[in-house]
Design a protein around this ligand. Sequence first.
Ligand code: NAI
Length: 666
Amino acid sequence: MSEVFRLEMENGMGIVTFDVPGDAMNTWTDEAFRSFDRLMGTLEERRGELKGILFISGKADNFFAGANLKMIADLENPEEVRRILDLFHGSFGRLKALGRPSLAAIHGFCLGGGLEFALACDARIAKEGKTTMIGLPECNVGLFPGGGGTQRLPRLIGYPAVELILRGTMLPAAKALELNIIDRLVPADGDLLKEAKAFLGEIIEGKADLKRPAHDFSDLDKVIEQTRQGAVKASRGRLLPAHRLALKSIQDGLKVSLEEGLEMEKANFVEVVMTPEAKGSINTFFLKTLTDKPKGMMSKGFAPKPLKKAAVLGFGTMGRGIVIDIVRNMQIPVVVKDIPAALDPGREFVRKILTGMEEKGRLKAPVDKLMSLIVTTDGWGPEFADVDLVVEAVFEDINVKRQVYEELSAVVPKNCIIASNTSSIPIASMARYVAEPGRFGGLHFFSPVWMMQLVEVVKGEQTSQETVDNLLNFAAAIRKRPIVCRDNAGFVVNALLFPMILETFRYIEEGNPIEKVDRAMTSFGMPVGPIRLTDEVGIDVPYKIFKGMGISQKTLENVVESGRLGLKKSGKGFFLKDGSVDPEVLPLIAKREPKERTVEEIQEGLMEAFVRTGKDLLDRKIVDDVRMIDVGMIWGVGFPADKGGPMKWADLTGMSKRLFGKNFYH
Ligand code: NAI
């Protein structure tokens, strides 16, 4: 077995190169910990000839990307966490006890446990570069820096460390130098090893000017309190365990010696790793990684159809958004078809949004250039003869869609991929109107398209796997986060949302106040409560959907029939402009047998509604992979990321086992 950490002696300098085998990135695996431990043994033996130690990564573009999250997510008992922490901290303690200066030479990601390693060295030098990012991002995955980061970073740079840790900020090398996290900068084309050796030489000789000011922490309690309030605000009124325990570690730890502070940090870290929020957040991290690059979701060996020209049918709310995302991300020509009166307003709208993006520096090409890619038409002219992919977003009416598909099929090439953005019409029922049903599927976007990351790729009965792969490829090209599902009323996201909304109405009909039910879900972490969501979407929307499903929801019926379609839609709904519940709506709430529910019961009941539907989607093979449901709910409706998605949260809280006898994730 080759060692992760390898030592070479050079004129009294211990040059340690590290490289975790089998991975593009160095992360702190069990193997890496043990190898570091053995290295310390060797260094202790050779202490006599040792003047200083230099650590440098053997990877081309990566120092240490932090702890191995898979390993952390799998930790089931506190003793195991404690054992790993002791190993990690113990090695750093031995490094210090050698009594020889140590230097971390950084290129590429130096994050989390990577930066904590570098902070345990006496000095740091970093090479500038696109991937040289330095920071402690653990709070973003439901953890906090538990390898000494909450103790060493504030002691090194003072108060700015508190925000950096809570926000999980990653800094380029120059910014890290400005903040005194690193001591020296090597330009991108410089020789890091050479410069590092020279720097270590200066340190050994006592000639290096290392800035190590003593920081005044007399305002610490105030700073911690301010940061705590900021964290609560950023998490919509909740103080997440990671934030709470990070702040506690800093606040308590800076009032005692470094050694005592490290012990406090360890105890808090054991606690945070065991929280379901840590495991939920890590799950979200993996869901994000899975869907960041949809290539991994496509069939092996799949060769994507080149997309050189697209078409969008319908220049309304959705069509406009889809056009924006195609031109800004792909910069290819887009033919847009609608009635003449819709064309100019559509163009103006697209220009307005693109201009806003340009002003924020978010466009890769000038607005005029992107606008020149849009060809608008009200007919089926020759511009359709060479389109590679069409997205249909016309009225939600099967007769309109039928006509559009029949006419479209006559003008596009045979191998053209066609996708419908329908929200409720089965893909299979439209497939009969296209010439090539195998090349037809669904692409269900969310509004506003250019802001919402999610898209549902729908595989109709006849949709070929190649078409699904091509739609995933298109989704990737317009920088969407796709999930794949089969034809189903409400696909995935709306299918989960509507039973939850139905359950919500039952609670208010039982006499539970609207505010209480909504607040139960916002304090759970949802961006809006279910009643407010209904009001914002338009109260008639769920009403019609339930009606279509043969479900009569009495309260919705009363509210809609009284002309209240929602505050935005018709000026009246459940809420007044000031956000309070409109008292006029209360008599419209149908009555049921009264049943008072606690906030926890409401949260539990609505979660159960999500999870029962999710289970049904899996049983009916609407989705093949439980992760598709969780991705959909996190990026489609803002299900709290720290809970890892409804299905993962059900696993973590024991709901899955209680309801179904087993977990969804293995
Ligand atoms: P919209 O009413 O804003 O736009 C539809 C556009 O289609 C109009 O500009 C209309 O003139 C045009 N159109 C009608 N017949 C046409 C034809 N024969 N040829 C070309 N254009 C024609 O509707 P919206 O909201 O954009 O919805 C479009 C589709 O997207 C529907 O299937 C809807 O269910 C679906 N959808 C809507 C979402 C939303 O939040 N609005 C979300 C996801 C899907």
